[in-house]
Design a protein around this ligand. Structure first.
Ligand SMILES: Cc1cc2nc3c(=O)[nH]c(=O)nc-3n(C[C@H](O)[C@H](O)[C@H](O)COP(=O)(O)OP(=O)(O)OC[C@H]3O[C@@H](n4cnc5c(N)ncnc54)[C@H](O)[C@@H]3O)c2cc1C
Length: 438
């Protein structure tokens, strides 16, 4: 067994992530004639927002239109590497990447981190059953392939994202039984001003019109049970329960920034629940350290327009330029995002009261009861709970369960959760990538 050959490449700028933030930056750098490499682990660029296949582009807002222009324009460039995982950081500008099973070390003078976000869930008994999937997964299936994972669906959780998923599910020919928003309408009413924003308002109104009569507010999922081919879902509001049958239950309770690569790079992180939890701290030039920049969801959950602006600001700052108007727009987007995330947050008593028989760590089958017991025994940090219960030790390395544990700790014990320490590789990589097993 010997070490696999690692190819070394040098570039001026390395961009981690080809979502709208990374692409917006790449476009400016390309125009400025800069030498850069952008990598993304997916087989195509575009990230979460620009997933759609060319025949399925449901809403043409200005951000989406420009985003698709970026995707179409840049997907031909040979310095854009898809199916390439950012696996680690060695320091001194050296990044470990794995492209189609082959390891590289890319040495860059500057690094831009645009690794986006993932989904967050409020678990309930039955959320691991077949037929219960994430709202993002439904959207990905429908948008990339037009494939409907079921004929009908309940879409539940919290956030305007659920409306987008329901809209796309119906548009692709599925039947939405109900969109069950967890937060009560009274809490959301304070945010109707969002509809005054031309782009977001237009999008929101389109969803509301299509889903008219299917929206319910203030209902939480109590449990899901298998009932033959279908799922029986119990919802509860103010002590009143009702049951619904569905082929598919799609759930989502917000997003969490993917800060792992930034942590390895030594960028400062801070805990801002109103922006999605642990985020990368940036200044107004999107800088997060010497020759380090971050843009998009990693600096706080704020959607595609914020990500686009931040990608542009980061690239301008890398090229030594400044756009004061754009900085102002960004400040507006961040403020808007904080309000939106607060209105659509899951209230602490719901995190606190997850039933003991609910699985929290799906990889290691750790239940809420085991975690609660560990906390009662004095393990009041994510790391402590991990050691006591094996939560987060499975294949996903806590990407799904740690945000849940953090919310639980915050609401149950009033503890500000500590950031999870990260070791490379950021995501699982085959051993055969690093060693020649012949
Ligand atoms: C499942 C999901 C669905 C969403 N759908 C919508 C929607 O319909 N409308 C909307 O307005 N917003 C949506 N959002 C919010 C969305 O995050 C933003 O609107 C927008 O996509 C943010 O752009 P970004 O460039 O910051 O991140 P992203 O679009 O998430 O792009 C980040 C990119 O980084 C790549 N990446 C991450 N880690 C690594 C790594 N280690 N190595 C290599 N590549 C990596 C990812 O593959 C991804 O392509 C969604 C978010 C999620 C999580």
């Amino acid at each position: 067994m010997k070490r696999a050959d690692v190819e070394r490449i040098e570039t001026e700028i390395f961009i981690a992530g080809g979502g709208i933030a990374g692409l917006a930056a790449a476009e400016i750098l390309l125009e400025a004639g800069k030498d850069f490499i952008l990598v993304d682990e997916y087989p195509y660029i575009g990230g979460q927002y620009l997933r759609d296949n060319p025949d399925y582009r449901p809403l043409d807002t200005p951000t989406r239109k420009y985003g698709f222009h970026l995707r179409d324009h840049l997907s031909k460039a040979d310095n854009i590497w898809t199916e390439t995982l950012v696996a680690g950081y060695y320091g001194n500008g050296e990044i470990a990447v794995v492209k189609k099973e082959k390891p590289y070390i890319i040495k860059a003078d500057k690094i831009l981190i645009a690794t986006g976000a993932r989904e967050k869930f409020l678990p309930f008994p039955g959320w691991t059953l077949p037929g219960v999937i994430s709202a993002g997964a439904v959207q990905a299936l429908v948008k990339t392939s037009g494939y409907l994972p079921a004929r009908d669906a309940i879409i539940a959780g919290t956030g305007p994202f659920l409306l987008a998923v329901a809209y796309e599910f119906e548009k692709a020919g599925g039947k939405v039984i109900e969109v069950a928003e967890l937060n009560p309408i009274k809490k959301l009413m304070g945010f109707t001003t969002a509809l005054l924003d031309f782009e977001k308002g237009r999008e929101g109104i389109k969803y509301l019109v299509k889903l008219f009569g299917k929206l319910s507010y203030g209902w939480k999922i109590v449990e899901a049970k298998q009932n033959g081919e279908k799922l029986r879902v119990t919802l509860e509001k103010n002590g009143k329960k009702r049951e619904l049958e569905t082929e598919l239950l799609a759930i989502g309770h917000g997003f969490v920034p993917n800060i792992e690569f930034a942590q390895l790079c030594g960028c400062p992180v801070s805990y801002k629940p109103e922006l999605g939890g642990w985020i990368i701290e940036v200044d107004e030039n999107m800088s997060c350290g010497k020759d380090m920049y971050a843009a998009g969801e990693v600096t706080g959950i704020g959607g595609a327009r914020k990500a686009l602006i931040e990608g542009q600001l980061a690239a301008l700052s890398i090229t030594g330029k400044e756009d004061k108007k754009l900085k102002k727009k960004r400040a507006h987007e961040v403020k808007f995002a904080a309000k939106l995330n607060t209105v659509y947050s899951v209230s602490p008593h719901l995190w606190k009261s997850i039933p003991d028989n609910t699985i929290i760590c799906r990889c290691e089958d750790v239940t809420m009861g085991e975690i609660r017991k560990a906390v009662e025994e004095g393990f009041v940090s994510t790391r402590g709970i991990k050691g006591a219960t094996r939560v987060g030790m499975g294949n996903c390395q806590g990407r799904t369960c740690f945000p849940i544990v953090m919310e639980f700790l915050r609401s149950y014990k009033g503890v500000k959760p500590e950031a999870v320490s990260i070791r490379p590789p950021i995501k699982p990589v085959d051993l055969g990538v690093f060693v020649d097993l012949e």
